[in-house]
Design a protein around this ligand. Structure first.
Ligand SMILES: Cc1cc2nc3c(=O)[nH]c(=O)nc-3n(C[C@H](O)[C@H](O)[C@H](O)COP(=O)(O)OP(=O)(O)OC[C@H]3O[C@@H](n4cnc5c(N)ncnc54)[C@H](O)[C@@H]3O)c2cc1C
Length: 467
């Protein structure tokens, strides 16, 4: 059998490589850095928090299981302020069967590259040029390009209609910190005893959220993510150039805009032993094509961020790359020897688009935009009735299932009735009354969201594992 070649050793490329090697395929992986270089000399390309279906796909393809190694991401909690200073709606829910985790993608790449080497697969450390890509594609049954948002993504034309936006929607930053407990004792103002994704949504300004994160060292830390609308109050990252400035900027934004969480975070520290533990940037979310053609006329297949890049507001990019890897894996096995040609590539990608990307993109874009009246109705109802919170927040695991109830009024009302047994209008009326009470409290006292109690950070759940 001719080889399958994969270019790019991010979490998406390495997952497909491991899956195919486990299934007996001859795979060669090309990476611009060796395993140690990715682990020690790069930033993670994002928080890459994934939910249960993506975790299951990783395990199905034979990748390492990190679920026992750190605190799970076992809940989602959100505070919604229609504008900065107006503390209105807060609720959360356990994720139960949708529970996931955020594991450092540098650790995944490192572990999988070592796994591939232990299987005797070829892992070539070279920055693949366009000419070299042609050579590789010429001698391979299939060449998969997983080089991230930059790399060779220009080989795959952007689908303007599907991409929706042609400019970045947020200025992004991520900072990893230690010193916040991950044993369930932090964020007592949200879901005590749990380690939730803690969202703070601010109409007009952007979003700020924390995610429990398994660092490449094995230490449980937290990933702080900042989504700033350009020109808004969170747009303070342009001059940030190093970990100290990143941490100081994060700290000042939290104290100023998220005072309800600050008591749980006041002892946080930057990871000075990992100078790459932060990033900033912006990009236009893009849906590209599944197939591309090299200058030499060879057809190649896109994967991960090279195919589709999502704004991280709903934490869907890494999960999408994993599901795509899972679908490619199944399609390659099902093809059993027949050519992995352009027609096949386009068919596989279209299936992935319609089964996952379309709904996930729509879900993400729903939260990038000001909430529609239907979105407000869903939030208000979930604020009123705890029975709606799980079904709403578990849709982060299967975003396509949020439609049509997240977008169509009549379906919203049916969804509310199904989960509460009560008419939508009565549930929403109760939510509106509760919101009015919150507004009055906010006006009278200057605060509505419960403030965390200060926590004494406990040692991380895990001993650091040797690198
Ligand atoms: C702030 C932020 C937060 C995020 N949070 C989440 C989240 O919570 N959940 C979620 O699901 N997603 C999240 N994401 C998105 C997620 O992190 C990315 O979708 C994912 O990490 C992309 O992985 P990838 O393997 O496709 O690409 P990459 O990680 O970019 O990997 C590509 C690899 O290819 C290599 N390469 C490039 N060019 C070449 C070449 N010519 N030759 C050889 N190698 C090459 C690169 O060096 C790199 O190692 C977030 C993103 C950001 C920015």
């Amino acid at each position: 059998m001719k080889q399958i070649s994969i270019i790019g050793a991010g979490h998406a490329g390495t997952l497909l490589a491991v899956g195919l090697v486990n299934a007996g395929y001859d795979v060669q992986l090309f990476s611009d850095k060796d395993a140690e270089g990715i682990r020690d000399q790069t930033s993670p390309t994002g928080t890459a928090a994934i939910f249960a279906d993506s975790v299951a796909t990783e395990l199905r393809l034979g990748a390492a299981d990190y679920s026992g190694q750190g605190a799970p991401m076992d809940a989602i909690h959100l505070f919604f302020s229609p504008k900065v200073g107006q503390e209105l709606i807060g609720f959360g829910s356990a994720l139960e069967e949708a529970t996931g985790l955020a594991t450092d993608v540098r650790l995944k790449s490192y572990d999988r590259m070592k796994q591939l080497e232990s299987f005797g697969s070829e892992v070539h450390v070279e920055t693949v040029s366009m000419d070299r890509l042609d050579e590789i594609a010429d001698e391979s049954a299939l060449t998969v390009v997983a080089t991230g948002k930059g790399g060779f993504s220009s080989l795959f034309p952007r689908d303007e209609k599907r991409s929706v936006y042609n400019a970045p929607q947020r200025k992004l930053a991520m900072v990893l910190v230690r010193g916040i407990a991950s044993d369930g004792s932090a964020f007592s103002n949200r879901l005590p005893g749990m380690t939730p994704v803690c969202f703070n949504l601010f109409g007009g300004a952007g979003e700020i959220f924390w995610v429990p994160f398994l660092h490449k060292s094995g230490e449980m830390v937290w990933s702080l993510v900042f989504e700033a609308r350009a020109g808004g109050p969170f747009d303070r990252w342009d001059d940030v150039t190093n970990i100290h400035e990143a941490f100081a900027t994060a700290q000042s934004l939290i104290k100023e805009f998220v005072p309800w969480d600050w008591p749980s975070m006041k002892d946080m520290e930057p990871l000075l032993d990992d100078p790459f533990s932060w990033l900033k940037g912006s990009f236009a979310p893009s849906v590209r094509t599944g197939s591309g053609v090299t200058p030499g006329g060879h057809v190649v297949m896109s994967l991960g961020d090279t195919s589709v890049s999502y704004d991280p507001i709903c934490g869907q990019g890494a999960g999408s790359g994993i599901r795509q890897g899972g679908q490619y894996f199944d399609a390659i096995l099902a093809r059993s020897g027949r050519p992995l040609d352009r027609e096949w590539i386009d068919g596989v990608f279209e299936k992935f688009y319609s089964s996952h990307v379309e709904g996930t993109y729509r879900f993400t874009n729903t939260f990038l935009e000001p909430l529609t009246s239907t979105g407000v109705r869903v939030m208000t109802a979930a604020f009123a009735d705890p029975r709606l919170r799980g079904p709403l927040l578990k849709s982060f695991n299967r975003p396509s299932t949020a439609f049509p109830w997240l977008s169509e009024r009549k379906d919203t009302d049916a969804w509310i009735k199904t989960h509460t047994g009560r008419s939508a209008s009565s549930v929403v009326a109760r939510g509106n009354a509760k919101a009015l009470g919150a507004m009055i409290k906010n006006t009278l006292t200057g605060a509505n969201f419960p403030r965390a109690e200060a926590t004494v950070p406990k040692p991380a759940l895990l001993a650091s594992r040797p690198l």
